[in-house]
Design a protein around this ligand. Structure first.
Ligand SMILES: O=C(O)CCC(=O)C(=O)O
Length: 492
């Protein structure tokens, strides 16, 4: 499976231009610690490493000339040798690789950038900010460590397994700080795994391999299982389903009621449909969008990403909760012919109107979500329990009712992890690029269906892109008949 590991918005040409300006004063704003929530943004930053070092080298030699201080020349030479030993490829998809890459950046800051005129520091930050990037600080690193520890707990991953599958090498001080992070967040046995690995490194005078690592993996994993059970007790079913779907990469191995062809409202169209549950009705439509449509949505969302918030109603979505770790962007149907076409197609396949209307809209704007490493969405319902939940937040949703159905498109594959699961039903779907998952949040009687509790599993390797289209009650009211039986697919 492939994934979007490079930013579609920042080409290598743009990265090249990143540090084109010298020493212009300007401070960046922005939430640095949110950087790790998007693998796409981390990847762009790591891609610019060589360019950044070139720029800093130029500043060091200029400063040496201006001040006559030989120390700057020494630093410039050190930096050149670091530049020469940069890894051939920068990989932000594996948690350990992304962490090591970001850690290097913070070291450059301490060692080279902070030693010069503050204007240099500001100019580095400004160049990045122009491309919606931030310089990683110790908070970003801490978030990266936390993501690693949470992934270990969620998927029962040992320290040695993580370290041995990465391309980058961890240092003793990395293993020590990962151990401290795990200890501090209440995962003492995960911490022990990192300490044991640190000891193994030390005794081998480098990086432990082979048998030693296998030994650690074995002895650590049972303990991690135990911790997962106690610390993730409240979402135990969710995490165990996530583990189950992590092992599935052949979609035919899905627990499903079978694959059928669905005819949409246009008679010639037939959709390959995996029925995951009949009651409540949950289906996966394969090849719902084309690669080009998916990539366009990703590209357009990438430049608008902001940290996803949650809250009791859309009127007060202010919580930066751990329940939802990802970034979002809203795309209106009529802002692109691609979005309009995809929205119309969702209508054709489901039989439910999805179009935007300035008042009492059938559907919401597309909400594109990007999850980075460790990004997840803990189980929740898409509907709101409050009446008039949308009355203030968005005028176009006034009088449209609640979220009666969800249409969610996978805009990319995920290398590992990131399934969507329904813990009360025991079903789920691995993210399959271009497929769309559809379900009703209400039952045919017009009542909210609590069995639709669902969540997005943590991403282990790569990143995840989805586009949600929530369809409101006003749309289902037009197609709903007075039945009490389960929903039936349209025109199958
Ligand atoms: O990412 C997923 O798989 C689920 C997303 C979701 O539930 C949501 O955005 O409401």
């Amino acid at each position: 499976m492939t994934s979007h590991n490079l930013s579609p918005t920042m080409t290598s040409h743009k990265v090249y231009l990143l540090f084109g300006t010298l020493c212009i004063a300007s401070l960046t704003s922005g939430l640095t610690s949110d950087l790790f929530l998007s693998t796409a943004e981390t990847a762009v930053l790591l891609e610019s490493e060589e360019q950044l070092l070139g720029f800093v080298h130029q500043c060091l030699t200029q400063t040496a000339r201006r001040t006559g201080n030989a120390e700057y020349n020494r630093l410039a030479r050190d930096l050149q040798s670091e530049r020469r030993s940069l890894p051939q490829t920068q990989d932000a998809r594996h948690p350990v690789d992304a962490y090591v890459g970001l850690r290097r950046f913070t070291q450059y800051w301490d060692k080279y950038i902070a030693t010069m005129d503050p204007l240099v520091a500001r100019s580095v930050e400004k160049s990045l900010a122009q491309n919606r990037l931030v310089y990683p600080d110790s908070e970003v690193l801490q978030q990266a460590r936390l993501a690693i520890v949470r992934l270990q707990a969620a998927y029962n991953l040992s320290a040695s397994h993580l370290a041995s599958t990465a391309t980058a090498n961890l240092t003793d001080s990395d293993t020590a700080s990962l151990a401290a992070e795990a200890e501090g967040t209440g995962f003492p046995l995960v911490a022990e795994g990192w300490r044991m690995l640190g000891t193994a490194y030390a005794s081998q005078g480098g990086h432990a391999e082979g048998e030693l690592l296998n030994h650690h993996r074995h002895s650590e994993s049972n303990q991690v299982v135990h911790e997962t059970q106690t610390l993730h007790r409240r979402n135990a079913k969710f995490f165990s389903l996530c583990q189950h779907f992590q092992d599935i990469d052949d979609v035919t191995a899905l627990r499903s009621e079978g694959c059928v062809y669905t005819r949409g409202s246009i008679p010639l169209n037939r959709w390959k449909t995996e029925v995951l549950s009949r009651d409540p009705y949950i289906v996966l439509y394969y090849d719902f969008v084309t690669d080009r449509e998916a990539d366009t949505m990703v590209k357009r969302a990438m430049v608008k990403l902001t940290r996803a918030l949650t809250g009791p109603t859309p009127n007060d979505f202010t919580l930066k909760a751990h329940r939802r770790l990802g970034k979002i962007a809203w795309l209106r149907d009529n802002s692109s012919s691609v979005f309009e076409r995809v929205s119309r197609r969702a209508h054709q396949v489901t039989g439910l109107h999805t179009a935007f209307r300035p008042r009492a809209s059938f559907g919401e704007d597309f909400q594109v979500v990007n999850y980075g490493i460790g990004g997840h969405y803990i189980p929740h319902h898409d509907y709101f329990k409050t009446k008039n939940a949308f009355s203030v937040a968005e005028t176009y949703l006034k009088d449209s009712g609640d979220r009666a159905a969800t249409f969610m498109i996978y805009l990319g594959d995920v290398s590992l992890g990131g399934a969507t699961v329904f813990p009360d039903l025991g079903v789920g779907a691995p993210p399959v690029k271009n497929a769309a998952l559809f379900w009703y949040n209400f039952n045919p009687d017009g009542l909210r269906d609590p069995r639709t509790l669902h969540g997005g599993c943590p991403v282990i390797i790569g990143q995840k892109w989805v586009a949600n289209k929530w369809i409101h009650e006003i749309s289902t009211a037009m197609t709903k008949t007075c039945r009490t039986s389960p929903w039936k697919p349209v025109n199958t």
